[in-house]
Design a protein around this ligand. Structure first.
Ligand code: AMP
Length: 440
């Protein structure tokens, strides 16, 4: 693991009261150890769109899914064909687990669910304390309930159009998407009404025996997926994947989805979830949707980007630039012929040099202009097992992933917007798929 610090980091946080004040911060959860915690609610229970149900308890989810998932006669037959099985999956509930503070990356996962034919979509919004370390940003994690509800309400017409097209109907013109190709040539068919729900549980609802704590040795009911959960992100955040796997297992058991949708941005998380689904024989499909990026610089969208502020935001794309340089080295490695294995030593240094160059440039700037970051890792991993790869097997390809920590600015300019919560350290992760390049 590499760690490079060009500038000394300041421990003082530069608060920007205006920014903090204008943001509506709702009490999602308080210190899970306090006595009053159990009585407090995580979110307001209403959504501005009455067509989107807000479910707070397991019983409410069960009632909602029982209501919307009436068993179809064809899919319940024991001898259902492969096509019927597929139909059953398309007709089942889609679950998109999130921690809220929704952005286009989250919305793209919901769009993917509609494109896959799901007309029953549950978006869970739950900031799961078990996946935060004791010293992590649990309390300051962005909470934007009203904006989240508004984003889902605004997305609804587009999802309805997607479903209508899929069922052979016409677009209404609202939120037209590019996948409308053959819809207009088909006869109008009966398109099922979209049923959407937000599942926003309380922590006592999610942890009925009591919240077990955030310490690595906390006792309680946990799901642990190793070795994948212990590497890279798991090294820096030892309880993170335990928290993720545990909460996802709970969500899957509560919602009983046919498909779950996750983002490629958190690639190690997708490998953990896939392994959990495989090893615990969970009857659902895991779909991984591509990373949504900001234009034009390619920064991966993240709920935590609001903490960056303009100065650090301008430098943050260094991570994706580094990964792209690594991918270019992989491509160049094939210049000698497709089917050639490319060594990690050809790929990783190309990525590192972009990071080091940028660190050098930033360190030569005055303290009230420069930006500092620490490199956590640049790593090459097997796409299925996430094991370290020394040489990329051209039949398989690999994942090039990285993490950096943007440090608080060393010296603020007068009136400078340092980002939400005064511009704390922000950890950025990203990855790029190095595709298979078999011999032709
Ligand atoms: P979070 O709310 O950060 O826990 O993320 C919820 C889901 O959204 C996870 O499956 C993430 O991988 C996914 N996600 C977050 N950011 C992006 C992004 N930029 N592109 C695609 N998916 C994302």
């Amino acid at each position: 693991m590499l760690s490079v610090r060009p500038l000394s980091s300041s421990s003082s946080r530069h608060k920007n009261p205006a920014k903090v004040a204008h943001r509506r911060v709702l009490t999602i959860f308080d210190d899970p150890t306090t006595a009053t915690f159990a009585q407090r609610s995580q979110f307001e229970s209403t959504s501005p769109d009455p067509r989107i149900a807000v479910l707070r308890t397991v019983d409410q989810v069960r009632a909602w899914t029982a209501d919307v998932c009436k068993p179809s006669s064809s899919s319940s037959r024991p001898t259902a064909s492969e096509g019927e099985q597929q139909e059953k999956h398309d007709a089942g509930v889609a679950l998109i687990p999130t921690m809220g503070a929704l952005h286009q990356g989250h919305l793209d996962l919901i769009r993917a669910a509609a494109r896959a034919g799901h007309d029953k979509i549950v978006v869970s919004i739950y900031v799961n304390p078990a996946q935060f370390g004791v010293s992590e940003d649990l309390d300051s994690y962005p909470k934007t309930w009203d904006a989240d509800c508004a984003a889902l309400a605004a997305l609804r017409p587009e999802l309805e159009n997607t479903l209508r097209q899929r069922h052979g109907g016409q677009e209404t013109g609202v939120g037209k998407s590019s996948s409308s190709s053959s819809a207009s040539q088909q006869e109008e068919g009966a398109s099922p009404a979209l049923q959407m729900a937000i599942f926003a549980p309380t922590t006592p609802e999610m942890y009925p025996s009591g919240f077990p704590g955030q310490e690595p040795d906390s006792a309680g009911s946990f799901v642990t997926i190793t070795p994948v959960g212990a590497a890279l992100e798991g090294k820096t955040r030892p309880t993170f994947f335990r928290g993720v796997a545990t909460v996802c297992m709970k969500l899957f058991n509560i919602v009983l989805p046919a498909r779950v949708f996750f983002g490629q941005k958190d690639i190690q998380q997708t490998v953990v979830i896939r392994q959990m689904v495989r090893d615990f024989r969970l009857p659902l499909d895991v779909v991984v949707a591509p990373t949504t990026r900001e234009e034009p610089d390619g920064l991966a969208l993240s709920s935590r980007n609001v903490y960056l502020g303009p100065r650090r935001r301008a430098v943050a794309p260094v991570l994706v630039r580094a990964l792209r340089a690594g991918a270019a080295a992989y491509d160049a490695g094939h210049a000698g012929g497709r089917g050639r294995a490319v060594a990690a030593e050809e790929i990783i240094p190309a990525a590192l040099s972009v990071l080091l160059e940028t660190l050098g440039e930033q360190s030569r700037r005055p303290p009230d202009e420069g930006v500092a970051f620490e490199l956590d890792y640049i790593a090459l991993r097997d796409p299925d097992t996430f094991e370290e790869v020394q040489e990329v097997d051209p039949r398989k390809g690999a994942i090039l992933c990285g993490a950096i920590k943007m440090l608080p600015v060393f010296k603020a300019q007068e009136g400078e917007d340092l980002g939400e919560a005064g511009g704390p350290p922000v950890r950025l992760i990203d990855n790029i798929i190095l595709p298979p390049r078999p011999e032709e």
